[in-house]
Each structure stands twice: as structure tokens, then as C-alpha cells.
Design a binder for this molecule. Structure first.
Ligand SMILES: [Zn+2]
Length: 187
């Protein structure tokens, strides 16, 4: 599940057939169902092949660009499109940074600093692993549909991770901490 899906350039769909609203996909195989349920679909309309009735493309709700879709390639091209879509509300400028307000507590009281913010999947994965370690939670939590729905609502660019990926991330942090504490103790 955690294997990296090869990315490819977004491809325009020629002669795209009519778009249809999302519908039940309960008869589809697991991989297809997972992709069809991905939160990234909240930003795209599904384009169905009129003959086979399978999803063959997607249309961005903001700029109306159409992208080819296949189960094998999954939703990675859609996610990639959102990071560069000029009309996607979160992309306020070409550098995809947003203003952030950091509140800090100082002796004189609270102060707010204005900075820039950019979504960072790797950093979010690290923080998620730290949460799992700190709360001694199960790795399977990251695969729970409600938890994924929550993350997707917070940040549509978030790419879901499997329990194996988060277990590896936790192991990396654990090994780093172990090495670090040994070095500090002169072991
Ligand atoms: Zn777009």
C-alpha cells in the first residue's frame, strides 16, 4: 500500500464526455474504491466513460481543467494539479504560501507575528508519527475512515498514509532519539 505511485504529467482529456456527480462505488474493487473515496474528489467532478461507465477523468471545480484518470495512477495527478491550480482558494500566489498568524506568550502578554505558511507533507507525517508515539495510539488509526475524513477536511493536499508507513516513521523517530540520547550520554 505504501509503494510510491509513479507520477506523470497531467494529461488533458480529449472529447470529455458528460460529467456526473459522485455516486456509490460499492461494487468496485478495493483500490478503485479507495481512490474514488479520496478527499481530493471534493475538488473534482468525476467524468465517466459513457460506454463502460467507469471513471476516466476528472474536472477541477475551480479552473475546469480536465485530467485523465486511471485506477493504476490513482489520484496523484489531481493532488498535483491542486498544488498548482491558480484558482484553488488555498493557492493565494504562485509560491503557494499563505499568511500565518503565530501567537506567542511573552512577559508583556500575547503577541502575534505574521509569517508565511506552506503545506509540507513530510513535516506533517513526522508530526503525526510523534502524536502516535506520544499518545501510544494504534498505527491503524491513520487508516480509520473518520480520521482520514478529518485530515482531508483540514488539508485537502494531505496524502493519506498507511499503518505501515506511519509505523516506519515512528521507528525512524525512535531510532533517531535512541542514537541522540546515546551521543549525549557519551555511549
Ligand atoms: Zn484547477
Amino acid at each position: 500500500m505504501s509503494a510510491t505511485t509513479p507520477t506523470r504529467e497531467d494529461t488533458e482529456v480529449q472529447n470529455a464526455p458528460q460529467t456526473v456527480a459522485a455516486e456509490s462505488t460499492s461494487n468496485k474493487p478495493p483500490r478503485s474504491r479507495a481512490n474514488a473515496k479520496s478527499t481530493v474528489w471534493q475538488h473534482f467532478e468525476k467524468i465517466y466513460d459513457s460506454k463502460t461507465n467507469k471513471i476516466e477523468g476528472s474536472k477541477c471545480m475551480y479552473c475546469e481543467k480536465t485530467l485523465a484518470y486511471s485506477v493504476a495512477n490513482g489520484t496523484s495527478s489531481m493532488r498535483k494539479h491542486l498544488t498548482s491550480c491558480k484558482k484553488f482558494p488555498q493557492n493565494v500566489d504562485s509560491s503557494q504560501t499563505l499568511l500565518s498568524f503565530k501567537t506567542t506568550q511573552k512577559d508583556e502578554g500575547q503577541t502575534s507575528e505574521v509569517g508565511t505558511w506552506k503545506f509540507d507533507q513530510e513535516n506533517c507525517r513526522k508530526l503525526l508519527a510523534e502524536v502516535i508515539i506520544s499518545t501510544e495510539d494504534c498505527f491503524t488509526k491513520v487508516e480509520h475512515p473518520k480520521f482520514r475524513q478529518f485530515l482531508g477536511a483540514l488539508q485537502p493536499l494531505w496524502k493519506n498514509v498507511s499503518r505501515f508507513t506511519v509505523a516506519r516513521d515512528c521507528s525512524k523517530i525512535f531510532n533517531y532519539e535512541k542514537l541522540h540520547s546515546r551521543t549525549n550520554c557519551g555511549i
